[in-house]
Design a protein around this ligand. Structure first.
Ligand code: SAM
Ligand code: DTB
Ligand code: SF4
Length: 343
């Protein structure tokens, strides 16, 4: 008999903890059942990242190489021009990506020229037929509304960890600040991308706390990035203990069970995983990756190796939506044999 799993937004922390503590084989079995019920195809979404405004961020996030509070390899770069971003988006599309995620290292973007350029970028990327995602720190209600009007599909704003552990990682903003921006984004009709990071010295209970926060947002975030800390020299977390990849598998599986329909994205830190560990994450319910040479400021997995791995497991990539004015319809398709990069 097939069990069916309802979608719930009333998860308790104890329930989440029980899932995280299950024998791994039982956890993966349950996650696979949920995954097959809600996501019956083998589709894996490829999302490409681009840092539009890099470094010099006034926030003090302990993990982040872009914080002005830490002395890291990241140089404050002049922000990219609209045309440079659109060129990069076009390349990402040609390489097989369907979602283009753009980062601005801000605490909160100011209205005016800078914000208007962001709106132009969103419109331009959308016109290429890509899903658009922006991450730029806090937003006010009006900014969320204007981004929605420009056609923004998703806003990334991670809760990062549990409410109790948050103060150990960031002191310049609060959990409530984060939740408020998520509410403005949701109210404006933009989908939410929100997840967190493991490997910052948090306990299993903190991981349960993060997942419980995400899984009690109603509706669930449409996209849930699970990052493993990329320990960068010069940040306070430079010497953090590496994460056991099986703990990442547990996070993916538990996120899948809690949020059956969300895209669970295997995010930063994938470069340190073997092919087999990545496959276990896909089995556990991850169904998206960051695809491209770089994340925001650090290196990502080799694109050709990614295509080969996804082909080896029979994954299907979504194909980009048609550009505006094209009459072709969108669908999902086998992956290309090679990452279609052009210099
Ligand atoms: N400033 C914006 C913000 O914080 O929302 C956007 C950019 S920020 C770099 C986006 C997310 O990347 C963070 O919320 C964090 O979860 C993740 N991140 C940043 N540095 C990381 C690192 N070294 N390792 C893993 N994840 C990281
Ligand atoms: C997310 O959760 N991870 C991405 C994206 N959302 C913006 C960023 C990862 C950043 C890793 C460190 C860096 O390359 O700067
Ligand atoms: Fe700034 Fe975002 Fe980095 Fe925090 S994570 S320092 S808010 S860029």
């Amino acid at each position: 008999m097939t069990t069916t799993f309802p979608i719930r937004t009333d998860w308790t922390r104890d329930e989440v903890r029980e899932l995280l503590d299950l024998p791994l084989l039982d956890l993966i079995w349950q996650a696979q059942q949920v995954h097959r019920q809600y996501n019956p195809t083998n589709s894996v979404q490829l999302a490409t990242l681009l840092s539009v405004k890099t470094g010099g961020c006034p926030e003090d996030c302990a993990y982040c190489p872009q914080s002005a509070h830490h002395d890291t390899f990241v140089e404050r770069d002049p922000r990219l021009q609209v045309s440079e971003v659109l060129w990069a988006a076009q390349k990402a599309r040609e390489a097989g990506s369907t979602r283009f995620c753009m980062g601005w290292a801000w605490r909160q973007i100011r209205d005016g020229e800078e914000f208007d350029a962001m709106l132009d970028i969103v419109r331009g990327v959308k016109d290429l037929g890509l899903e658009t995602c922006v991450t730029a720190g806090m937003l006010n209600e009006d900014q969320a509304r204007r981004l929605a009007e420009a056609g923004l599909d998703a806003y990334n704003h991670n809760l990062d960890t549990s409410p109790e552990f948050y103060g150990n990682i960031i002191s310049t903003r609060t959990y409530e600040d984060r939740l408020r921006t998520l509410k403005y984004v949701r109210d404006a009709g933009v989908t939410i991308c929100s997840g967190g990071i493991i490997g910052m010295g948090e306990s299993v209970d903190d991981r349960a706390g993060l997942l419980q926060q995400l899984a009690t947002l109603d509706p669930h975030p449409e996209s849930v990035p699970i990052n493993t800390l990329v320990a960068v020299e010069g940040t306070p977390l430079a010497d953090a203990e590496p994460v056991d990849p099986l703990d990442l598998v547990r996070m993916c599986a538990t996120a899948r069970i809690l949020m059956p329909k969300s895209r669970v994205r295997l995010s930063a830190g994938r470069r340190n995983l073997t092919r087999e560990a990545q496959v276990l994450c896909f089995v556990a319910g991850a169904n998206s990756i960051f695809y491209g040479e770089a994340l925001l400021t650090t290196d990502n997995n080799d694109m050709q190796e990614d295509i080969e791995l996804l082909r080896a497991i029979g994954a299907e990539a979504l194909i980009p939506q048609p550009c505006k004015n094209s009459n072709k319809s969108a669908s999902s398709a086998p992956l290309p044999e090679t990452a279609l990069t052009t210099a």
